[in-house]
Ligand binder design. Sequence first.
Ligand code: AMP
Length: 211
Amino acid sequence: MFGPPGSGKGTYASRLSVKLGVPHISTGDLVREEIKNQTEMGKRINDYSSRGLLVPDNVICQLLQKRISQPDCARGFILDGFPRTIPQAQELEKISTTDLVINLRVPDTVIIERLESRLTCRSCGSIYNERFLKPRIAGRCDKCDGQLYQREDDHPNVIQQRLELYRKQTQPLLEYYLRKNQVRNISNNETHVPPEKVVEEIINMIQAERN
Ligand code: AMP
Protein backbone atom coordinates (compact mmCIF):
# COMPACT_ATOMS: atom_id res chain seq x y z
CA MET A 1 0.00 0.00 0.00
CA PHE A 2 1.58 3.21 -1.14
CA GLY A 3 0.61 6.80 -0.37
CA PRO A 4 1.18 9.76 1.94
CA PRO A 5 0.52 9.55 5.68
CA GLY A 6 -3.23 9.67 6.24
CA SER A 7 -4.10 8.34 2.79
CA GLY A 8 -5.71 5.25 4.35
CA LYS A 9 -2.96 2.65 3.93
CA GLY A 10 -3.50 1.11 7.37
CA THR A 11 -7.28 1.38 7.29
CA TYR A 12 -7.53 -0.47 3.98
CA ALA A 13 -4.66 -2.90 4.58
CA SER A 14 -6.19 -4.20 7.82
CA ARG A 15 -9.50 -4.90 6.06
CA LEU A 16 -7.79 -6.42 3.01
CA SER A 17 -5.83 -8.68 5.31
CA VAL A 18 -9.07 -10.22 6.63
CA LYS A 19 -10.55 -10.61 3.15
CA LEU A 20 -7.42 -12.03 1.51
CA GLY A 21 -6.24 -14.13 4.46
CA VAL A 22 -2.69 -12.76 4.48
CA PRO A 23 -1.07 -10.66 7.23
CA HIS A 24 -1.00 -6.87 7.24
CA ILE A 25 2.48 -5.64 8.05
CA SER A 26 2.76 -2.02 9.08
CA THR A 27 6.36 -0.98 9.65
CA GLY A 28 5.00 1.96 11.67
CA ASP A 29 3.35 -0.56 14.02
CA LEU A 30 6.62 -2.52 14.25
CA VAL A 31 8.41 0.72 15.17
CA ARG A 32 5.80 1.66 17.80
CA GLU A 33 6.00 -1.86 19.27
CA GLU A 34 9.79 -1.56 19.73
CA ILE A 35 9.33 1.85 21.36
CA LYS A 36 6.54 0.62 23.64
CA ASN A 37 8.63 -2.37 24.75
CA GLN A 38 11.61 -0.07 25.35
CA THR A 39 13.97 -2.40 23.52
CA GLU A 40 17.49 -1.22 22.66
CA MET A 41 16.30 -0.57 19.12
CA GLY A 42 13.18 1.18 20.41
CA LYS A 43 15.28 3.64 22.38
CA ARG A 44 17.38 4.42 19.31
CA ILE A 45 14.41 5.03 17.00
CA ASN A 46 12.03 6.86 19.32
CA ASP A 47 13.47 10.24 18.49
CA TYR A 48 13.03 9.80 14.71
CA SER A 49 9.50 8.52 14.97
CA SER A 50 8.13 11.13 17.39
CA ARG A 51 9.50 13.90 15.17
CA GLY A 52 7.97 12.41 12.03
CA LEU A 53 11.40 11.55 10.56
CA LEU A 54 12.22 8.30 8.79
CA VAL A 55 14.02 5.65 10.81
CA PRO A 56 17.38 4.69 9.16
CA ASP A 57 17.01 2.20 6.30
CA ASN A 58 19.16 -0.52 7.88
CA VAL A 59 17.08 -0.49 11.09
CA ILE A 60 13.70 -0.63 9.35
CA CYS A 61 14.89 -3.34 6.94
CA GLN A 62 16.03 -5.42 9.91
CA LEU A 63 12.59 -5.08 11.53
CA LEU A 64 10.84 -6.03 8.29
CA GLN A 65 13.06 -9.00 7.58
CA LYS A 66 12.40 -10.38 11.06
CA ARG A 67 8.64 -10.00 10.59
CA ILE A 68 8.38 -11.57 7.14
CA SER A 69 10.40 -14.59 8.17
CA GLN A 70 7.49 -15.60 10.45
CA PRO A 71 5.48 -18.61 9.18
CA ASP A 72 2.25 -16.62 8.70
CA CYS A 73 3.94 -14.67 5.88
CA ALA A 74 4.71 -17.76 3.80
CA ARG A 75 1.64 -17.23 1.54
CA GLY A 76 2.25 -13.52 1.09
CA PHE A 77 1.55 -10.30 2.98
CA ILE A 78 0.34 -6.74 2.59
CA LEU A 79 2.96 -4.10 3.26
CA ASP A 80 1.86 -0.77 4.70
CA GLY A 81 4.44 2.00 5.04
CA PHE A 82 7.28 0.02 3.49
CA PRO A 83 9.29 0.64 1.35
CA ARG A 84 9.61 4.39 1.81
CA THR A 85 12.98 4.96 0.10
CA ILE A 86 14.72 3.52 -2.96
CA PRO A 87 17.33 1.64 -0.85
CA GLN A 88 14.44 0.01 1.07
CA ALA A 89 12.81 -1.07 -2.21
CA GLN A 90 16.12 -2.55 -3.36
CA GLU A 91 16.48 -4.39 -0.07
CA LEU A 92 12.92 -5.72 -0.39
CA GLU A 93 13.78 -7.14 -3.78
CA LYS A 94 16.56 -9.16 -2.21
CA ILE A 95 14.33 -10.76 0.40
CA SER A 96 10.94 -10.99 -1.35
CA THR A 97 8.93 -10.03 -4.45
CA THR A 98 6.28 -7.38 -5.03
CA ASP A 99 3.13 -8.15 -7.00
CA LEU A 100 1.28 -4.87 -7.01
CA VAL A 101 1.66 -1.33 -5.68
CA ILE A 102 -1.67 0.23 -4.73
CA ASN A 103 -1.08 3.97 -4.87
CA LEU A 104 -3.56 6.00 -2.79
CA ARG A 105 -3.96 9.51 -4.15
CA VAL A 106 -5.46 11.96 -1.65
CA PRO A 107 -5.17 15.77 -1.56
CA ASP A 108 -3.22 17.36 1.32
CA THR A 109 -6.29 19.21 2.62
CA VAL A 110 -8.10 15.91 3.14
CA ILE A 111 -5.03 14.28 4.71
CA ILE A 112 -4.57 17.07 7.25
CA GLU A 113 -8.24 16.97 8.24
CA ARG A 114 -8.09 13.18 8.67
CA LEU A 115 -4.83 13.01 10.61
CA GLU A 116 -5.78 15.77 13.04
CA SER A 117 -8.76 13.71 14.16
CA ARG A 118 -7.25 10.22 13.77
CA LEU A 119 -7.30 7.90 16.78
CA THR A 120 -5.15 4.78 17.11
CA CYS A 121 -5.57 1.82 19.44
CA ARG A 122 -2.72 1.57 21.91
CA SER A 123 -3.03 -2.24 22.02
CA CYS A 124 -3.74 -3.48 18.49
CA GLY A 125 -3.01 -0.43 16.28
CA SER A 126 -6.53 -0.26 14.76
CA ILE A 127 -7.38 3.11 13.28
CA TYR A 128 -10.45 5.27 13.96
CA ASN A 129 -11.41 8.88 13.43
CA GLU A 130 -13.08 11.18 15.94
CA ARG A 131 -15.26 12.59 13.20
CA PHE A 132 -15.54 10.14 10.31
CA LEU A 133 -14.88 6.65 11.65
CA LYS A 134 -16.00 6.65 15.25
CA PRO A 135 -15.54 3.69 17.58
CA ARG A 136 -18.72 2.18 19.07
CA ILE A 137 -17.67 3.33 22.56
CA ALA A 138 -15.83 6.65 22.77
CA GLY A 139 -12.12 6.19 23.51
CA ARG A 140 -12.17 2.35 23.25
CA CYS A 141 -11.22 0.04 20.39
CA ASP A 142 -14.12 -1.95 18.84
CA LYS A 143 -11.85 -4.96 18.29
CA CYS A 144 -9.89 -5.33 21.54
CA ASP A 145 -11.31 -2.66 23.92
CA GLY A 146 -7.82 -1.06 24.01
CA GLN A 147 -7.41 2.61 24.76
CA LEU A 148 -7.55 5.00 21.78
CA TYR A 149 -5.03 7.85 21.61
CA GLN A 150 -3.75 10.52 19.28
CA ARG A 151 -0.32 9.57 17.92
CA GLU A 152 2.43 11.99 18.82
CA ASP A 153 3.23 12.44 15.13
CA ASP A 154 -0.43 13.19 14.25
CA HIS A 155 -0.15 16.66 15.77
CA PRO A 156 -0.51 19.53 13.26
CA ASN A 157 3.14 20.73 13.35
CA VAL A 158 4.48 17.22 12.74
CA ILE A 159 1.90 16.38 10.01
CA GLN A 160 3.25 19.11 7.71
CA GLN A 161 6.78 17.82 8.18
CA ARG A 162 5.72 14.23 7.40
CA LEU A 163 3.97 15.35 4.21
CA GLU A 164 7.08 17.22 3.05
CA LEU A 165 9.24 14.23 3.81
CA TYR A 166 6.87 12.00 1.86
CA ARG A 167 7.14 14.21 -1.23
CA LYS A 168 10.91 14.38 -0.99
CA GLN A 169 11.92 10.88 0.07
CA THR A 170 9.06 8.52 -0.72
CA GLN A 171 7.23 9.81 -3.78
CA PRO A 172 10.27 9.24 -6.07
CA LEU A 173 9.77 5.54 -5.36
CA LEU A 174 6.65 5.62 -7.51
CA GLU A 175 8.86 6.08 -10.57
CA TYR A 176 10.74 2.95 -9.54
CA TYR A 177 7.53 0.88 -9.48
CA LEU A 178 6.03 2.61 -12.53
CA ARG A 179 9.02 1.33 -14.50
CA LYS A 180 8.10 -2.17 -13.33
CA ASN A 181 4.49 -1.54 -14.41
CA GLN A 182 3.26 -2.47 -10.93
CA VAL A 183 1.46 0.74 -9.90
CA ARG A 184 -2.36 0.90 -9.76
CA ASN A 185 -3.99 4.16 -8.64
CA ILE A 186 -6.92 4.72 -6.30
CA SER A 187 -8.05 8.36 -6.12
CA ASN A 188 -9.95 9.62 -3.16
CA ASN A 189 -10.80 13.31 -2.99
CA GLU A 190 -13.26 13.34 -0.14
CA THR A 191 -12.60 13.39 3.58
CA HIS A 192 -14.61 10.32 4.27
CA VAL A 193 -15.47 7.56 1.86
CA PRO A 194 -16.57 4.33 3.63
CA PRO A 195 -13.43 2.14 3.80
CA GLU A 196 -15.38 -0.93 2.64
CA LYS A 197 -16.08 0.79 -0.69
CA VAL A 198 -12.39 1.46 -1.32
CA VAL A 199 -11.43 -2.05 -0.19
CA GLU A 200 -13.87 -3.50 -2.73
CA GLU A 201 -12.29 -1.37 -5.44
CA ILE A 202 -8.83 -2.67 -4.47
CA ILE A 203 -10.00 -6.30 -4.46
CA ASN A 204 -11.46 -5.83 -7.93
CA MET A 205 -8.11 -4.46 -9.06
CA ILE A 206 -6.26 -7.45 -7.64
CA GLN A 207 -8.69 -9.85 -9.28
CA ALA A 208 -8.30 -8.10 -12.63
CA GLU A 209 -4.55 -8.74 -12.37
CA ARG A 210 -5.09 -12.43 -11.71
CA ASN A 211 -7.31 -12.88 -14.77
P1 AMP B 1 3.56 5.15 9.95
O1 AMP B 1 2.69 4.54 11.00
O2 AMP B 1 3.68 4.31 8.71
O3 AMP B 1 3.19 6.58 9.63
O4 AMP B 1 5.04 5.19 10.57
C1 AMP B 1 5.31 5.90 11.77
C2 AMP B 1 6.78 6.24 11.85
O5 AMP B 1 7.55 5.02 11.87
C3 AMP B 1 7.33 7.03 10.66
O6 AMP B 1 7.11 8.42 10.77
C4 AMP B 1 8.81 6.67 10.74
O7 AMP B 1 9.45 7.36 11.80
C5 AMP B 1 8.76 5.19 11.12
N1 AMP B 1 8.67 4.32 9.90
C6 AMP B 1 7.66 3.48 9.55
N2 AMP B 1 7.94 2.86 8.38
C7 AMP B 1 9.15 3.32 7.98
C8 AMP B 1 9.98 3.06 6.85
N3 AMP B 1 9.61 2.22 5.88
N4 AMP B 1 11.18 3.73 6.78
C9 AMP B 1 11.56 4.56 7.75
N5 AMP B 1 10.83 4.88 8.82
C10 AMP B 1 9.63 4.26 8.96
